[in-house]
Design a protein around this ligand. Structure first.
Ligand code: ATP
Ligand code: MG
Ligand code: FE
Length: 333
């Protein structure tokens, strides 16, 4: 089947055509990064306005690139949540309009299910599967025993990993989004600061990044007060080492405890070079298959929404035309 998928949950206006849940026919992303950069973060009202301006263009481009007409599309999928309500609504309304006008089934997709299923465009899933979801709003370990079945076995108690990157970048006067910039700087620096690792209680698969963020901010403050030079690269390297250590160790423990066959990394932070390298090294020699998306599928896109929607299509999990944006949608049933 061919699914036209739409994603507008944050600051990317995206549309894609995915065939059979595994083959990408087109993947168009209009990013608003530069617009929000001036403000140091995503401004919801601006995001909605730009989604409205871009959505029709992006959908047309996705169909053109895939060389398919609306008649050849079997279902329309859209991110229904979580995300910014005003941003989500643009995609949801576009999808409902197309579904109604062309008499196609409508599928509402969870954004994080999308991030996970980005991996299925590269490699078939093997269950039980563990997914480390690390994005701007989420940090979770999700266990899947079959397609479309999600159990959260650990999650952040405060900041998400991507959020920590963005906040530390801000403290270092670096542009938004902070992840890619810190990734690059860390590469040039050395781990000269001993920032805390937040392991929490023994056996817990939860995460916490706010203490680390505070430690980094305090360190910058101290250096400023003593008029000492601030090596952004070394601070970035030390911060990143702490984040990656905890993410990788907890993921490894969970993968062992649940006896999974596959490990998936998902979400914007899975673009991080140190995390990718460290995960690969840690799981090398185990019989757990590791899947990390190519960079263009790590951050928000609609291809991943189409991939997740395919599972729902085969289960006849359709939405009604009164589908609404759900900013706080949960992934667990
Ligand atoms: P969510 O998916 O939780 O709703 P989101 O859609 O805003 O949130 P994503 O688009 O998945 O988040 O990811 C964006 C986040 O990924 C940002 O916080 C950004 O800083 C981070 N990020 C992107 N590239 C990198 C990188 N190379 N290293 C670390 N973090 C990165
Ligand atoms: Mg984004
Ligand atoms: Fe996302």
């Amino acid at each position: 089947e061919k699914i036209l998928a739409i994603e507008t949950s944050c600051d990317e206006t995206a549309a894609a055509v995915v065939e059979g849940g595994t083959t990408l026919l087109s993947n168009v992303v209009a990013t608003q990064m530069e617009i929000h950069q001036k403000f140091g973060g995503v401004v919801p009202e601006l995001a909605s306005r730009h989604h409205i301006e871009q959505i029709t263009i992006v959908i047309e481009e996705a169909l053109n690139e895939a060389k398919v007409t609306m008649e050849e599309i079997d279902a329309i999928a859209v991110t229904e949540g979580p995300g910014l309500v005003g941003a989500l609504l643009i995609g949801v309304n576009a999808a409902k309009t197309l579904a109604f006008a062309h008499q196609k089934p409508l599928i509402g997709v969870h954004h994080i299910a999308g991030h996970i299923y980005a991996n299925r465009l590269e490699q078939e899933f093997q269950f039980p599967l563990l997914s480390l979801v690390v994005s701007g709003g989420h940090t979770e370990l999700i266990l899947m025993k079959e397609h479309g079945d999600y159990e959260i076995i650990g999650e952040t108690r405060d900041d998400a990993a991507g959020e920590a990157y963005d906040k530390v970048a801000k403290a270092l006067d670096l542009p938004y989004p902070g992840g890619p910039v810190i990734d690059q700087l860390a590469h040039e620096g050395e781990e000269t600061y001993d920032f805390p690792r937040s392991w929490l209680e023994k056996g817990s698969f939860d995460f916490s990044f706010s203490g680390l963020k505070t430690a980094v901010v305090n360190q910058i403050h101290q250096l400023k007060q003593k008029n000492e030079p601030i090596s952004k690269a070394n601070i970035a390297a030390s911060f990143q080492a702490s984040v990656v250590d905890v993410l990788v160790e907890k993921t490894y423990q969970a993968a062992q405890q649940y006896g999974v066959k596959q490990l998936i990394v998902a979400g914007g932070v899975s673009a991080n070079r140190a995390l990718r390298k460290s995960i690969e090294e840690k799981f090398e020699g185990t019989d757990i298959a590791v899947s990390i998306p190519p960079l263009y599928l790590c951050t928000d896109n609609a291809a991943m929404i189409g991939a997740a929607a395919s599972i729902q299509y085969h289960k006849d999990e359709y939405a009604k035309l009164d589908l609404n944006a759900q900013p706080g949608l949960m992934i667990e049933k």
